[in-house]
Design a protein around this ligand. Structure first.
Ligand SMILES: Cc1cc2nc3c(=O)[nH]c(=O)nc-3n(C[C@H](O)[C@H](O)[C@H](O)COP(=O)(O)OP(=O)(O)OC[C@H]3O[C@@H](n4cnc5c(N)ncnc54)[C@H](O)[C@@H]3O)c2cc1C
Ligand SMILES: NC(=O)c1ccc[n+]([C@@H]2O[C@H](COP(=O)([O-])OP(=O)(O)OC[C@H]3O[C@@H](n4cnc5c(N)ncnc54)[C@H](O)[C@@H]3O)[C@@H](O)[C@H]2O)c1
Length: 448
């Protein structure tokens, strides 16, 4: 074992959270090291948000062409999975090395290997066939993210997870996806647009539990129109390899045959890999327990991003935001974290996005809810979009407090609505702004 390296701050995990913290603390003059056991950059750019949205890029282009077929577009656009995957790989292949290089360029110390605590200030960083390194630091930031949740039925080892789906060399004709959340819907959309016959197996009675039910129903209609089959209250009880296919037995007795079965049933924290007991850090199955300062039960160890058990969406902007907060804590500006309104987007076709007060329950909580069909509005019309809908919640003072949007532009529109909520804008203040016309933003004042 090598001699111990001593740092002001050591960060475990080089995803969006860990990297943001490392660069900011280094820039502030701290002696920092960041430790990563797999790919520099973490989930989002290597096997999450970014590769997913590259695949979605082709899906969107195909959809736009499909919508306008017969009204100015002739011929059918098809997705070439091999070429699309090559484009995705061209992007992701450079991420880890490029991210590591930016640490080198910035002068941030970094170590490849798996970190495990041996006491509250020290971790061992080990890598196959290499001498383990001891790292000691005054403060630690744990930013180790999550991994796909497992299932336990016989044959589950024949399923693939989200990372494997995002690198599938060829797309089978039949795709089965277990789950009804973000990953399941996004992958179903991509696979269906690329020509596969897609079935979602949902173990509860609903998709996307945290969203406004009515908007989820609208999204389901759209998924249905795109040929995606959905079975609810259904589980896989067994999976077998039969010839070059897989045969899934379902809880109600039927069988389904598919070329690939994707597991998309949530994510679990990587905190169980860290020997946290050695550092007196408490955790539960859902993640590491943190207080309002993002401190763990050991005041010198913070947890941020997906692995922190905090009541916020587990998404990239939140991970970076929490990292920034902890940096301020370590630099001496101590205050409890508060979160602005946080937009989340399900990147299907169409996209479903929400922010702020849940619009499904807003009326019973005293807000005015407006439900607007935007299908005939200019933006949807000019693109021939078959369905576009928004529900907004407005408070007594006329301020927007929540929104759910289903549209091909929901990812952009939700950002404007987030700004409106965070700034406490009313219709009057929005009409004082000038927006380019015609554009998504130019409709903003009609939502109040
Ligand atoms: C398929 C998919 C699509 C997604 N799409 C979106 C999206 O569109 N928008 C969005 O905002 N979010 C999306 N997310 C979520 C987003 O990727 C995460 O919220 C984000 O990456 C969390 O950042 P993090 O830094 O907390 O963790 P991560 O990015 O997971 O990084 C944690 C890092 O820690 C490393 N690590 C773990 N254990 C150890 C250890 N013991 N020692 C050393 N290193 C360790 C891991 O290898 C990893 O690199 C998606 C996630 C998935 C899976
Ligand atoms: N666009 C985005 O921001 C984005 C995209 C993908 C993933 N993510 C992040 O990754 C997380 C994980 O995504 P996800 O779709 O895997 O999880 P999720 O929590 O969104 O959905 C999990 C799904 O699995 C089902 N499920 C749970 N246990 C099951 C079981 N035992 N058997 C069968 N089904 C079961 C649930 O009913 C649910 O439908 C998201 O919650 C989000 O934080 C974000």
């Amino acid at each position: 074992m090598s001699e111990t390296e001593q740092y002001d701050v050591a960060i475990i995990g080089a995803g969006p959270a860990g990297l943001a913290a490392a660069h900011q603390l280094h820039d502030a003059g701290k002696k920092v090291v960041i430790i990563e056991k797999y790919l520099w950059g973490g989930t989002c750019p290597n096997y999450g948000c970014d590769p997913k949205k590259i695949l979605l890029g082709a899906v969107e282009a195909k959809e736009y062409a499909d919508f306008l077929t017969g009204t100015g577009i002739d011929g059918k656009v098809t997705i070439n999975w091999t070429d699309l995957m090559a484009r995705k790989n061209q992007y992701t292949d450079g991420i880890s090395q490029g991210t590591e290089q930016s640490l080198v360029t910035s002068g941030v110390d970094h170590l490849a290997g798996k970190a495990t605590f041996i006491d509250e200030h020290t971790a061992v960083v080990s890598q196959d066939n290499q001498v383990a390194v001891h790292v000691t630091a005054t403060d630690w930031i744990v930013a180790v993210g999550q991994r796909p949740a497992e299932l336990t039925f016989p044959g589950v080892e024949l399923t693939i997870d989200s990372e494997q789906f995002l690198s599938l060399p060829s797309l089978p004709d039949e795709v089965v996806i277990i789950g009804g959340g973000f990953v399941a819907i996004e992958f179903a959309t991509i696979a269906a647009a690329a020509g596969a016959n897609v079935t979602l197996l949902v173990h509860s009675d609903q998709l996307l539990r945290s969203f406004d039910d009515e908007m989820v129903d609208s999204l389901m209609d759209q998924l249905d129109d795109r040929g995606i089959h959905m079975y609810f209250d259904t589980e896989v009880t067994e999976l077998k390899a039969v010839d070059d296919q897989f045969e899934a037995t379902l809880s109600f007795g039927n069988t389904l045959t598919a070329g690939v079965v994707v597991r998309a049933v949530g994510r679990v924290g990587n905190h169980d890999t860290l020997a946290l007991d050695q550092a007196q850090v408490q955790f539960r199955d859902e993640g590491i327990l943190v207080d309002r300062y993002l401190r763990t039960s050991n005041a010198h160890i913070y947890a941020v991003g997906d692995v922190a058990y905090s009541p916020v969406p587990k998404i990239t902007p939140v991970a970076s935001y929490e990292a920034h907060h902890v940096v301020q804590e370590i630099l001496g500006t101590s205050h409890p974290i508060t979160y602005p309104a946080m937009p989340v987007v399900v990147y299907g076709t169409p996209k479903l996005a929400k922010v702020g007060v849940q619009t499904g329950t807003a009326a019973q909580n005293g807000y005015t809810v407006k439900d607007i069909d935007m299908t005939s509005w200019y933006t949807a019309y000019r693109q021939g979009e078959p369905a576009s809908r928004i529900r907004v919640a407005i408070d007594q003072a006329g301020r927007l407090v929540g929104a759910t949007v289903m549209s091909s532009h929901a990812d952009e529109l939700i950002n404007y609505l987030t700004t409106a909520i965070n700034q406490g804008l009313t219709q009057e203040t929005v009409t004082q702004q000038l927006f380019a016309y015609p554009s998504v933003a130019s409709d903003l004042s009609y939502f109040f």
